[in-house]
Every structure is written in C-alpha cells, then in structure tokens.
Write a protein that binds this ligand. Structure first.
Ligand SMILES: Nc1ncnc2c1ncn2[C@@H]1O[C@H](COP(=O)(O)OP(=O)(O)OP(=O)(O)O)[C@@H](O)[C@H]1O
Ligand SMILES: [Mg+2]
Length: 598
C-alpha cells in the first residue's frame, strides 16, 4: 500500500477550521455575517462562557429551505457565488462556503431555519462534523445557529483559548465591528444571560454614539465625500479632541471591517500635521466602491483586502479626511480649541525676542509683496500666537531649525503666487520655497534607503508610452537597478514601454515623466555599477520629479505638513543645488522695514 492517502472529510474540515475559526469571536463573526448576508433586519446574539460554552445567533433573514440545510454545513457549498467571475465582484460578506462546515467540525452545532413563506421550520444538528438527519423545528422566521462547546474535540485548539473574559472581550469586539458596519440592522447582545447591547436600527451617527462614545460622535468631523465611484463617509475625531488614551479606529469597506495598510497609512497622513505626535486619531469610516475594485479573497478571515488601485484609494481617503478636518477646524472658534488644550484665555501674545539685524534681507525685501499677499488664514493664527506666547526659546537663524521648539518653522498662513509658503513662527515670518524644500525632503527620504531597495508602489493602470530605442535598451540593461529604485517597467510591445510601478516615495509623481528622466540618467551614466557611482545624481533627478510643482495650490494642512517634514529632514535648509529653501524674517526686520520704533 502506498504512503499517500486522501484524508477523511471530517479531518479535512477540522484542518480547514483552523484557518477560519481561531477562537469564539471568529465563529461569532461568521455567524453574524451570514445573518447580514441573509438580509436580516434584526440579529440577536447570545453568548455564554466567553463564547466557548455557547454562541447563538438568531436572525429574521431569508432562511434556508429544508433541502438546502445539509448543503449549508457542507464544505464548499454556498448560495453566494456560482461562477469564477463572481469572485471578481463579491457583494456579500461570505463567499467561500466554508464557515459553517468548519465551525460544525469543531463544535456541537445546530442550525434551525424557516425559509420565507414556508409553513414549517427545520433543524439540523452536527456533532463534531457528523451530520444528523433533518428534523422538524419550531421557529417563527429566519435562522438560528447554535454553537456549543467549541473545540471540544480538538484539544490542541482548546489549549490556545484564553480566559473567559478575554474571549468575551474578543466576541464583543467582533460584535461591535459588525454592528457598526451595519447600523441599518437592529442588534442585541447578551453574555451569561446579562444584556449588554440593544441597538435599534438607525443611522451611523446613532450607532457610533451607542457603540463608541457620544462624545466622539458629537465632536468628530463629519466626512462625506464622493468622487469617481468611491464614497467615503463617517466620522474622524477633530484633532483638538484626540486623547492620549484609547482610540477607536474602524474602517469598513463595502460593509466589511478591514485592517488595511493602505487605508491606515492614508489616515495617518491625513492627521500627520494636525495631531500632536503622542495622540492617535479615532475614526469610524465607511468606504464604498464597486466590488470589482477591491479583492476580498485574500485571507480566510477576510479582514484583509487588496485594492486594485491602492494609490488612488490612498489619495482619495487622505484628502477626504484632511478636508473634513480642515473644514471642521475653520468652523470651530479657535478659542474653544485652545481651551480644550488647556491654554490660558486670550491675551496679547508677547512676542519673543527678534533675531539680529538682517539688513541685507530687509533691503531686498520687495515692498510690493503685500499686493500679492493672499491672506488665506484658514488656520486660527491667534491660537498659534497664544501657543507661542507661552514658550521661551533661543531666537533662530536661517539654516538648521533651532532646537527646543516643537515647530521652529511655525505654522502656515498662506501660499504666495503658488511658489512660496508664508508661515508664522515665534520669531516672525518664515518664507519657504515650496518646490525646493519639498525636493530636498524627497531627496533625503530617498537617500535614507541607502543599502536597501526603494519600495515600489504598483499602479493600477500601467502608464504606457512610446519609447525611444535607447529607453527600451535602458530598461533591458538596467532591469536590476530599476527594480532596486522601486520601478516596475516592462516592454509592452515594439517601441512601447509600460510603467507598472513607481518608487513608493514618489507615488504622486507623473509616472511617465519620472521613468523617462531616470531612463535618461541611466543611459547617460551607464555602466554596470551605475547606481553605486551615480546614486546621488539619480536620486536627485527622481526627487525633482517627486517634489510638488510650483503653482500647485496647497491646503494649509499640506503646507503645515511640508513645514513639519522640513523640520524633520536633515539639511532641509538647502535645496539640492545649494539654494536656501527657507528664510526667516523677524518682527524686528519687519519693524525696520516700516521704520517702526525709530
Ligand atoms: N443565517 C443564515 N440565513 C440564511 N442562510 C444562511 C445563513 N447562514 C448560512 N446560510 C446559508 O448557508 C450557506 C453556507 O454558509 P457559510 O457561512 O458556510 O458559507 P458562505 O457564507 O457562503 O461563505 P463563507 O465561508 O465565506 O462564510 C450560505 O451560502 C447560505 O446560503
Ligand atoms: Mg458565511
């Protein structure tokens, strides 16, 4: 007899259970998801012993026909998808046809159901994978699934279970995620016969207030943006209300709670320059998009997704939240924000000592500047003045930012002629050449990847362009170098190149212009060790393409982000070509200009 044999179904199911069902909370998630998929408007959850002893989910959804009951607990049997192309546009929470079979293989399991408009309900029991015959049951409508003694027949799994209170906490969290994701459904939750939640069907605001906190729901900025077939709505905490303690971070994609790096990063970016670094933002956001644009068939537990166009999603989410935060900041009186931060009541800010004479700059300072000065002070400058009024610190000179001050470059006031950022700091006015400054930041960021490969960012739609012969050759010859720089380039046909991925730090750059510039450099410098010999030149070419162009209008949040990055970046005081990237004009300089105090 050979050594290889097929495993019995029961064992196959137990093995599969390990993927789907790691603890009671995972079972609960699968059961509630099935109820949501069945169109239930009311879902009642009963948990005992942290979910190990019993989990029961009762819904008023569509129910299951008698003849379908055995299929519901059979592996790879589902009513939700049928043909391969269905996998590309999954609109239900479940689709693998595996959850109930897996759960039934490792528990004492029962499902009772009454299909809509049927006179009777039917019940099916499964014990450790052994399916019993269908029997009549009493049930008014919908489906009730009961899972008892989870892992009673898999001691190895049982060992990994934690205390009852820990398992219960995980169950509660699983419940919370689904109840937040589906506020249109009414829910109840009880544990060990004690009621924990009673949620009426309603809107998102009420659901967030009930499950997260009323304070969060009331103080969060409202996000409501729709463009290009993507919609983001929900609530994002206003920076002034962010606490150091617990945070609630929920993102739902098409009704599914997900943990996703792209989304998490976009949200971090949106908060980057408006949130104190020791605070984490809270948010509950619902992203809706065509299911064809997101792959949920990535992970057995379906908490991970892959966006077909992650770059566009990232940008969309970041901007949507940034705008919502900026709008809410403008709405709110600055004083109340300051009060929330525990700052003293309004008073005239005592200005810090000015820098030494900078007659050269004052002389060169064009008096006509005012005419072009757009005072778009969206940020409450009085608030910042008050912040600075409380600080003492050494005056600073252009060059490296002074130490001992969180934000030596201050806070953005406005953008001038699409070229300069005007900011106010403790000393006075800061002028920033935004392209030069950003170029320096991008360059330093790329340089920081020394010795490692630059991470790539795939493009959803590859950018194709008609290439010259030498560009085609450079792609072939420098394949390794291009990959190390984070590019994914390929010949799409004779005379056509396609950019399929760009260096992640330059994800915002025009991919074709960027690729061509680098191909040009590679062709120009050549040689097998081109990267070692000309790295800085190539990176500087890339940085120039990655940097924000002049004449692009920046939001105040973007300007502040630039200032913060400049402070964090080595040698930000000089651009790649040695020109200064920013200039300080002190109040004394300005006073001299206006011949005040003389
Ligand atoms: N509460 C319910 N109400 C109505 N039908 C249900 C319910 N629970 C399960 N079913 C039916 O049983 C089938 C199997 O459920 P199961 O959870 O195992 O698989 P699935 O939901 O199709 O996919 P997945 O494994 O991804 O969850 C479902 O496709 C559905 O037809
Ligand atoms: Mg399911």
């Amino acid at each position: 007899m050979g050594a290889i044999h097929a495993l019995p179904d029961q064992l196959v199911n137990q093995i599969a259970a390990g993927e789907v069902v790691e603890r009671p909370a995972a079972v609960l998630k699968e059961l509630i998801e099935n109820s949501v998929d069945a169109g239930a408007t009311q879902i009642d959850v009963d948990v005992a012993g942290g979910g190990v002893r019993r989990l029961r989910v009762a819904d008023n959804g569509s129910g299951i026909d008698r003849e379908d009951l055995p299929l519901a607990v059979a592996r790879h049997a589902t009513s939700k998808i049928a043909v391969p192309s269905d996998l590309e546009a999954i609109a239900t929470l479940g689709f693998r046809g595996e959850a109930l079979a897996s759960i039934a293989a490792v528990s004492r399991f029962a499902i009772a159901s009454r299909a809509a408009a049927r006179p009777h309900a039917w019940r099916l029991e499964v014990e450790g994978g052994t399916v019993r015959p269908v029997a009549p049951a009493a049930l008014a409508s919908g489906t009730t699934v009961t899972v008892e003694e989870l892992f009673y027949n898999t001691p190895a799994r049982r060992k990994f279970l934690r205390t009852e209170s820990t398992e219960w906490a995980h169950c509660e969290e699983a419940f919370r995620r689904l109840a937040l994701a589906h506020p249109e459904v009414g829910f109840t939750l009880q544990h060990n016969a004690r009621a924990h939640e009673r949620l009426l069907p309603g809107g998102r605001h009420a659901r967030v207030a009930a499950l997260l906190s009323g304070a969060f729901a009331d103080n969060a900025a409202r996000v409501e943006v729709e463009a290009g077939g993507i919609a983001l709505s929900g609530f994002a905490v206003r920076p002034a209300y962010a606490t150091q303690g617990t945070t609630a971070q929920y993102v739902f994609v098409n009704g599914r709670f997900v943990r996703d790096r792209v989304l998490a990063h976009a949200l971090r970016e949106a908060y980057r320059d408006v949130l104190h670094h020791d605070r984490a933002p809270s948010y509950a956001l619902w992203l809706a998009l065509d299911p064809r644009r997101v792959d949920v068939n990535v992970h057995p537990q379906k908490t991970e997704v892959r966006f077909r166009d992650s770059g566009a999603i990232h940008e969309f989410v970041r901007r949507a939240v940034e705008r919502a935060l900026a709008a809410s900041a403008a709405e709110q009186p600055a004083v109340s924000a300051a009060e929330k931060l525990g700052l003293a009541a309004a008073r005239t800010p005592p200005l810090a000592p000015a820098t030494g004479p900078r007659a050269d700059f004052a002389a060169a300072f064009p008096p006509t500047l005012q005419s072009g000065l757009a005072l778009g002070t969206a940020e409450p400058s009085a608030f910042y003045a008050r912040l600075f009024g409380q600080r003492e610190g050494a005056p600073m000179e252009p060059g490296l930012p002074a130490t001992g001050d969180d934000h030596p470059l201050g806070f953005a006031l406005a953008q001038l002629h699409g070229v300069y950022v005007l900011a106010q700091n403790r000393v006075g006015l800061v002028l920033v050449d935004m392209h030069a400054a950003h170029e320096r930041i991008v360059y330093e960021r790329m340089k920081a990847t020394v010795g490692t490969d630059v991470p790539g960012q795939p493009l959803l739609v590859p950018a194709a362009f008609a290439a010259e012969g030498r560009e085609m050759a450079a792609v072939e010859e420098h394949a390794g170098t291009l990959a190390a720089l984070g590019f994914d380039l390929a010949a799409f046909g004779p005379g056509t190149l396609g950019v399929r991925g760009v260096p992640a730090p330059l994800a915002d750059a025009d991919p074709v212009a960027l690729a061509r510039a680098v191909l040009h450099d590679l062709g120009e410098y050549g040689g097998s060790n081109v990267l070692a010999a000309h790295r800085d030149e190539i990176l500087s070419t890339m940085a120039c393409h990655g940097a924000v162009r002049a004449n692009r209008s920046l939001t105040v949040a973007e300007m502040n982000a630039l200032l913060r990055e400049m402070e964090a970046t080595e040698r930000a005081g000089q651009c790649n070509h040695g020109r200064p990237t920013w200039y300080q004009l002190s109040i004394a300089d300005l006073d001299r200009l206006f011949m005040r105090g003389r």
